[in-house]
Ligand binder design. Sequence first.
Ligand code: BGC
Length: 771
Amino acid sequence: MRSLVPWPGVAAALILVGCGAASDRALPVELGASRCGNVAERPWCDARLDPAERTRLLLAAMTLSQKIDLMAGDHFLGVATSDPATGTVNGIPELGIPPLYMSDGPAGTREGISTAFPAPIALGASFNPELAYDMGKVIGREVRLKGNDLVHGPTVDIMRTGLAGRTFETYGEDPYLATRLGVRWIDGAQSEHVIGNVKHYLLNNQEGQVGAPPLLSLIGGRHLISAMVDERTLREIYLPPFEAAVKEAGVGSVMCAYNLINLQPACSHRHLLQGVLRDEWGFDGFVVSDYLLAVKDTVMSINNGNEIEMPVGFFYQPAEIQLAVATGLVSEATIDVRVGNILRTLFRFGFFDRADFPSDDGLIDYPAGDLAARRVAEEGMVLLKNNGVLPLNSATRSIAIIGKPATTYHNVGGSAAVTPWRYTSAVDAITARAGSNVTVTYDDGSQPARAAARAAAADVALVFVGDNAKEGTDKTCLALDCPPFWMGPLLSSPQKNLIEAVVSANPHTVVLLELGGPILTPWRDRLAGLLTTWYGGQATGSAVALVLFGDTDPGGRLPVTFPDAESQTPTAGNFLQYPGQLVAQYSEGVFIGYRWYDHQGIAPAYPFGFGLSYTTFAASDLTLNLVDGRVRATWQITNTGTRAGSTVGQVYLGKPMPEPGVEQPPSALQGFKKIDVPAGAAQTVSVDLDDAAFAYWSESQNGWRVADGCYAIRVGFSSRDLPLTAAVVRSDSGWRIDNACASSSLASRAVASDAGFFTEPPVPPISGKQG
Ligand code: BGC
């Protein structure tokens, strides 16, 4: 999607405040000459041979201890110092095996000065896979230009609870959305010749309540918690982004998680690592453990599928592996499989057949990165409320900007932290964009009365507030002001008080939320406008200015549900579900995110998929076609307003109950299209639904099945705004379009789940266009 910058002065003003205007110049990848060695002495160095043959030749030349050397990282402190990289596996020069350098991460390179993208949840809000490609590509390029071979990203864990400390690192609560974005992020990163490392496999859905009483801090924590989950939930909710990363993007590596799943550590989980990942999906890359004690033993981890322990070998120390082999607990053939997976992937990515990637920041096109970061920030911004105060226009003569986030770069803690190349604050960008005829004042908001006085003196007040989520610890509540446990009970609500003081002084108050995930918004009714910027990265200020003044239509749609009350959330009120004690029961099953709210009939504050534009859109003329075994939904989106704008057409599927007792979410996202539409114009949009979209995981048959029955296909602009409905019926004789069945199926869902719902009479298949 492009910015809608209608006149050159805007662009000029933003260049002045440093939003970056350089074109996204593609740097040629200079791969250089092979560093493997002489083919006559080292036949595996012959690049004409295929990776499997080269691997066979190299393994045959290696001693057991050389093989074992490749199975663990070698630099403990790299994760803290990035020296020589976040993670390093030393090479074996006598065999022509170079060192393998790994870098974080999903929001930018965590080494030196980098392009600091918005938190990945903003990419989730963009609903734009092509932007994911661009983000992955810029990060992949910087990872490479800092001398690395592998990038620890993307994070495709699904948000189960908004309390999870790393919610900001995810693409939100929906597996389909995370899948589409994750695949293109990996495509982008791997197009730069670095190996993608998709993470965290699997169910790293909480960090733990650090400092919580009694015992919770450790045993609800990510290193020890065991997610207790059924197979259907794994397959339908948590596995799809990883499956697509393997099958569609050909990701080179997978990071196994700290936590346990059904009492088995993720890094030695035979079912997930061998059964699902390799046997079913055909993954032929390598598994890298998460850092520091994700690997919990030697023998099972090696036998069940983890190739490399990071950052160093605790359980993969040479002596331990040698002992395991000597005692027959691990066979040498298994070591060959593990090391073979590493080598074959390195051959596949051309790792042996090029020079070292130079580590030279001078080669990085930082202005291009800045522009890419700004585009993600713009397209991820979600306008939740607007009573007409936005976009700001020439009638606005004075603006009061309030709150520290308007001047301060928000760097997330942990492995997604990035040191930005430059930072454009909202105050600077808004001041530049407003121009000399508009008075802009700033107050840090530390004294609500003073801030209110400033607000009262201005036409419009912009209040910047936010939360502070981090890796390593969960949030204790979803309120805006939510102190960690060690601060004791909540005594004050400084940001809430600030909002209330300002809105009392000036009704034209817009609140800007710098967030890592969903929060509660009990003050929203009093506001004139509400805009979620997420943790917006280095170019957040420029993006905020563009959106506030309407140079860019707010491009984001919520990738997470904003609840109305904490008690509404899927895991609320049940300690066994979250945070758990050693085990966390995923008893909500597939009903997470909007699936939960829909199933329970709960009205959230703001639903998944929701976001306003500065114009209005209508959807019409939904038709279904059966095309090559797929169902194609086609409809019209009309811009019914007077400005150009962007929107996200969304397709949700309501499935019949396939087996007694197997309840289905009322609707689940199965397609979306983000489009720009000029004022008054209409665009035709279509989305194809294949068997995978219609399938459910049958526990009784241990496989994917498409049930007979009526499938409601609902189209619109959010999970709660689906004005168009059509339907297809599946039976022994194939598919038939039958819109009438949708109303009865939706009605039956609304009252209760009904086993009769899937007993549609058999019908002949119909092809061609149907109404
Ligand atoms: C995180 C990973 C990260 C690694 C290296 C771990 O704590 O969970 O996501 O890649 O550190 O920084």
